[in-house]
Ligand binder design. Structure first.
Ligand SMILES: NC(=O)c1ccc[n+]([C@@H]2O[C@H](COP(=O)([O-])OP(=O)(O)OC[C@H]3O[C@@H](n4cnc5c(N)ncnc54)[C@H](OP(=O)(O)O)[C@@H]3O)[C@@H](O)[C@H]2O)c1
Length: 309
C-alpha cells in the first residue's frame, strides 16, 4: 500500500506509540483521523475524541471519514487494571477490535492491529517467533489475543503486529519502565532495584513507526513481531539507562526478583518475552535497531535534561 493518496484512521493516537506514529503518517498520507479517549491532557489540536467501546461512534467515524487504512492502537494496557476489571479490558481490547475489523471488512479497508508479545506464556527457552502458539497468562494478554483471533476470523487484509516492551512518548506520555527508571534518577535516588527474572525486548516507538511503513509497502498481510534487536532483563535495561545518563558511578544497582515488586505489580508477567522478527527478516525489511542503541537515541532526544552527559 502506498500512502500518498490514503486516508488513515488511527485509534489510541494520544498514547506512547500513537505519539510516534502520528508524525510519520501525517508526513505521508493526505488525511488522518486521530482519536483517543482522553484528549485534554495531550493538548494536541489534531486529536479527536472517540471511545472505541462505542460501536455507534466507530460506525459514524467510518461513514464520515471513509478511511482506507485503520491503525488500531487503542487499548487498556495497564495490566493490573485489566485484572481488576476484566469486562472493561475485554470490551476495550477485544470487542472493539472485532467491531473495527468488521467495519474494515464491510468497507474494504486494510487494518493494522497492534497486539503484544505478552500473548506467550513465557515458558519457551529462547526467542518466540510468529510460528509459536500464544498461551496468555493474564487478562490483558488474553484480551489482546482475543483481539488477534477476531481480526484473523473477520478480515483478510490485516496486519497483526506484536511489539515488545514499549519505549517512547517522552516525559509527558511515557508511562512505562524507562520512565520509571528515569524518574528515580531525576529524584536523586542513590539505589535502584530492578528484576533479573523477567527478560524481554524493548521496542522503540520511532523504530516501530519506520518499520511499519516498510511493512505496509509490501502488502504482505499477516502476523509479525516488531521488536528491538537482542534481549535483556529489566535489570539490564535499568543499568543501561543509568549508564547512558552518566550515573553508573553514583547509583548502586541492586538485582532483585519479581517478588520485590509484588505490592506495586501483583499480576504475574511472563518470565520470557523475548521475540524475534522472523517475518520481517524473511521480507528483508527488519529496520529495528538493537534495543541499547534505540534507548540511547530516545533518552538523548527526550530526556537530555535528566542526564549528566
Ligand atoms: N505499552 C506497552 O508496553 C505495549 C507493549 C506491547 C504492545 N502494546 C500495545 O501497543 C498499543 C499502543 O499502546 P501504547 O504503548 O501506546 O499505550 P498507551 O500509551 O496506553 O496508548 C493507548 C491509548 O489508547 C487509549 N485508549 C484506552 N481506551 C480507549 C478507548 N476506549 N477508546 C479510545 N482510546 C482508548 C489510551 O487512553 P488512556 O491512556 O486514557 O487509557 C491511550 O492513549 C496497544 O494496543 C497496546 O496493547 C503496548
Amino acid at each position: 500500500m502506498q500512502l500518498h493518496n490514503k486516508k488513515v484512521f488511527i485509534t489510541g493516537c494520544g498514547g506512547m506509540l500513537g505519539n510516534a506514529i502520528y508524525p510519520y503518517f501525517k508526513a505521508r498520507a493526505p488525511e488522518i483521523l486521530a482519536i483517543d479517549i482522553v484528549i485534554e491532557q495531550h493538548e494536541k489540536d489534531w486529536l479527536n475524541y472517540l471511545d472505541v467501546r462505542e460501536p455507534e461512534q466507530l460506525k459514524k467515524a467510518f461513514r464520515e471519514f471513509q478511511p482506507d487504512l485503520v491503525l488500531h492502537l487503542a487499548a487498556l494496557v495497564d495490566v493490573e487494571r485489566c485484572e481488576q476489571d476484566p469486562a472493561d479490558a475485554e470490551s476495550t481490547n477485544a470487542t472493539s477490535t472485532r467491531n473495527i475489523a468488521e467495519l474494515c471488512e464491510q468497507n474494504g479497508v486494510t487494518m493494522v492491529y497492534i497486539s503484544t508479545g505478552g500473548v506467550f506464556d513465557g515458558k519457551k527457552d529462547g526467542f518466540y517467533t510468529e510460528d509459536d502458539q500464544p498461551n496468555p497468562i493474564m487478562v490483558y494478554a488474553q484480551t489482546k489475543y482475543d483481539g488477534e483471533l477476531a481480526v484473523r476470523e473477520v478480515l483478510k487484509r490485516h496486519y497483526i503486529i506484536r511489539p515488545g516492551w514499549m519505549v517512547g512518548g517522552g516525559p509527558n506520555i511515557d508511562h512505562k519502565f524507562v520512565k520509571l527508571i528515569l524518574q528515580q534518577i531525576r529524584e536523586g535516588k542513590k539505589t535502584i532495584h530492578a528484576v533479573t527474572d523477567k527478560i524481554g525486548t524493548p521496542t522503540y516507538t520511532h523504530d516501530f513507526a519506520m518499520t511499519l511503513f516498510a511493512l505496509l509497502e509490501t502488502d504482505k498481510y499477516g502476523t509479525y513481531h516488531m521488536v528491538g534487536k537482542g534481549a535483556g532483563t529489566r535489570f539490564d535495561v535499568a543499568r543501561e539507562i543509568v549508564d547512558i545518563c552518566g550515573y553508573s558511578d553514583e547509583i548502586k544497582m541492586v538485582e532483585v526478583s519479581s517478588d520485590y515488586f509484588t505490592k506495586d505489580f501483583p499480576v504475574p508477567r511472563p518470565d520470557n518475552e523475548r521475540l524475534m522478527n522472523a517475518g520481517l527478516e524473511a521480507l528483508g525489511i527488519n529496520k529495528m535497531r538493537p534495543w541499547q542503541v534505540a534507548i540511547r537515541d530516545y533518552i538523548k532526544r527526550e530526556y537530555a535534561d535528566y542526564c549528566k552527559r
